[in-house]
Design a binder for this molecule. Structure first.
Ligand SMILES: O=C(O)CCC(=O)C(=O)O
Ligand SMILES: [Fe+2]
Length: 374
């Protein structure tokens, strides 16, 4: 039903609608109320049940989005590509770090040093880890667990980065993300199964195949203690900074309109996907930092909205709202903060389908035109 050249057709309330890409706006499925179930009739004759799990942020669940065979296929494909350790953007090679002297008393407490390291290096330490670091780096000369300005004099961020980099080799679980991953690229795929799944995603989320093909797909594996602390999958709109192209992640922003997360196996214990800000009245960044709500490795049980990892299931959420005036990428929805709880038994396999769009529709239309000309 789709004519790539002219535009895009999809079913809206059972009626087929077609629009030219020029007139096409980003879609956002209507969640209705929590517990609402929408039937999605696919072109191959199958029916999916989509349930509204939550409305702030809007999260949908589709229990049998994938078949068992498709799940196993993605795991095999990822293993064949080769699973590599995941890293977040912030690496331990920072030149400078900002010291988090929250109460402005010109010295850093253990809690403030932990925050400093979380922000600067994406590493989540315990008090005893920090004390150990002070000892080995000989920073806290009077052993009072505070770092004063005088003690800071001999302190070099690079030295700390080196220490932490070695520390992480012994304690990979202290990193914000502890997993392995492999990338698949929809527009380069000749894999029949992957192409069918892309088509299904396009039908479900009512976005043209060309946008789906410009997306990124990442298979992730977590072992025991594997986790991903809470994060946003996208970034705040900043017109002066370009959205990243595939594979290039310096000086650009990650722009992902929506996330479709597939669970590829059943986890024996743990490994839920948690949304710490879900249904909160408001978001207080300073408080949430101090309470370390991001720290799902330790705090998952405190989170209300936790989606169990169940084979074949997909969950879907929108990292951005739609800008009413452009019909394209709007503000980020900070309530989508989420992450993966630690795996307690067994292992966990997921796949992220990240639908990428740019701030400006014209950039995406150009990309689509290039894609169609290939
Ligand atoms: O493992 C999960 O449940 C969440 C993974 C995730 O948020 C990510 O890879 O961006
Ligand atoms: Fe994520």
């Amino acid at each position: 039903e789709e004519n790539e050249e002219d535009g895009f057709c999809y079913k809206k309330d059972g009626v087929s609608e077609c629009v030219s890409l020029q007139n096409f706006n980003l879609t956002r499925l209507d969640g209705g109320q929590v517990g609402d179930i929408t039937e999605i009739f696919l072109q191959d004759g199958k029916t999916l049940q989509m349930e509204t799990l939550n409305t702030r942020p809007l999260v949908f669940e589709i229990p049998d989005f994938l078949s068992d065979e498709e799940c196993e296929h993605f795991i095999n494909v990822a293993n064949n590509i080769g699973m590599k350790a995941s890293y977040t953007e912030r690496q331990t090679t920072q030149k400078g770090i900002s010291l988090m002297d929250i109460n402005s008393d010109k010295k850093l407490s253990l809690a403030e040093m932990k925050l400093t390291i979380e922000n600067g290096f994406d590493i989540y330490l315990e008090d005893e880890d920090v004390i150990e670091m002070y000892k080995l780096m000989k920073i806290d000369t009077n052993n009072d667990n505070f770092i004063t300005q005088a003690e800071m004099k001999d302190f070099s961020p690079q030295k700390m980065a080196n220490y932490l980099s070695d520390f992480l080799k012994e304690h990979p679980e202290k990193h914000s993300r502890y997993s392995k991953q492999a990338w698949l690229y929809p527009d380069q795929s000749t894999d029949e199964v992957f192409n069918l799944v892309q088509k299904r995603v396009s039908e479900v989320v009512q976005l043209p195949m060309s946008l789906i093909q410009l997306s990124d797909f990442q298979v992730v594996n977590y072992g025991i203690n594997g986790h991903y602390n809470a994060h946003l999958d996208s970034s705040h709109i900043r017109k002066e900074q370009q959205c990243c192209d595939r594979g290039r992640y310096s000086k650009c922003r990650i722009c992902r309109y929506m996330t479709i997360l597939f669970y590829l196996n059943d986890v024996d214990d743990g490994g839920e996907t948690a949304f710490p800000f879900a249904n909160k009245d408001s978001i207080n960044h300073t408080n949430s930092h101090l309470n370390r709500v991001q720290h799902l490795y330790k705090k998952c049980h405190e989170v209300d909205l936790r989606v169990p990892a169940e084979k074949r299931k997909a969950i879907i959420w929108y990292n951005h709202f739609i800008d009413e005036s452009t019909g394209w990428m709007g503000d980020i929805d900070e309530y989508t903060l989420h992450g993966g709880c630690p795996v307690k038994a067994g292992e966990k396999w997921i796949a992220n389908f990240w639908i990428k769009t740019n701030d400006e529709k014209s950039i995406d239309l150009d990309k689509i035109k290039n894609l169609l000309m290939k």
